[in-house]
Design a binder for this molecule. Sequence first.
Ligand SMILES: *Cc1c(COP(=O)(O)O)cnc(C)c1O
Length: 396
Amino acid sequence: MSFQNPVFIPGPTNMPEAIRKACDMPTIDHRSPLFGKILHPARAGVKEILKSQTAEIFIFPSTGTGGWETALTNTLSAGDTVLAARNGMFSHRWIDMCQRHGLNVQIVETPWGQGIPADRYAEALAADKEHKIKAVLATHNETATGVKSDIAAVRAAMDSANHPALLFVDGVSSIASMDFQFDTWGVDVAVAGSQKGFMLPAGLAILGFSPKAVAATRTAQLPRTFFDINDMTKGYANNAYPYTPAVGLMNGLLLATETLLKEGMDNVFARHHRIAAGVRAAVDAWGLNLCAATPDLYSDTVSAIVTPEGFNATSIVTHAADKYGVAFGVGLGEVAGKVFRIGHLGSLTDVMTLSGLATAEMCMVDLGLDIQLGSGVAAAQDYYRNSTGLALKDAA
Ligand SMILES: *Cc1c(COP(=O)(O)O)cnc(C)c1O
């Protein structure tokens, strides 16, 4: 692996130098007003990125997976029913976590490559007259398949059934890269992690809780200690944590939120869309398809590219690392060996992306696929030259 090349995995993402440096700081007293000057503005920045007026922001020294656990254990009790679609590895793992916590998961099995079927959620919710379903889970962006789901449609399904369940959204690979509307979508818990759209090292679980979700902690019986949001709230009131916070990462998060908000979230989303559209132009020129079934499902943060029958897609990833020092993502679970993934989120420019596409082409040709060198790169170049979308001219 080369430290000079960008990575094209869908997290951890490339880090802007200034944000990386912001994580490297001297020891400070983590129970002092000085820490408060990092903690509170970082939380305010996250809240603005979530487009929320009302969310309580919690930041744990953890990862996205810990964020899932925070959502569940603070709001639910063993035996509660939750509704969840399984359409990829990440939604699968969240379901698995629910089951290990003794929750009863009503699983909506969904083909990998499809989004959350809001109509089937609507049916399940309408049929649940006794309101046994306490929470509805939605993975906004299935990182395994490169599929974006329509969270507004999930909320509409809940509203049409007049259902009081909480709405939990995994936004680990969408928040800070793709539009996320906490308040408008009526999200109750949003889960993010530091190492994707926030362009930081792994190590923080970042969450927003609605007032309704905070209130659910009063009846929720699942055991929780490390991830207890009420302990966290008490700590925050004293510029502190119930334990030792990851101060350097928090300082990085503060700069990351400032950097994103300065670029402007609409510009951040436009940049991700533009870069993704160039990648998709390349995939099309290669004569390959995405795992995502239809264009409305295409993720702007990761593309899972299906390789021809009989070809092991993972060999592209291994070869890229061995020969060119470049990282792509392997296929996970059901699509292992069938897809390879290009992560295109976080700190990335058109020019960086072109280098990844060129590398993918070299690998595919090296491994005997019938691909014309330069074909995908040319298609992306053409798109980037002519696109009026924003480029990242003033990249951090
Ligand atoms: C990366 C990811 C996770 C897991 O996050 P970790 O930080 O690895 O624990 C969960 N959900 C989605 C959609 C992800 O992309």
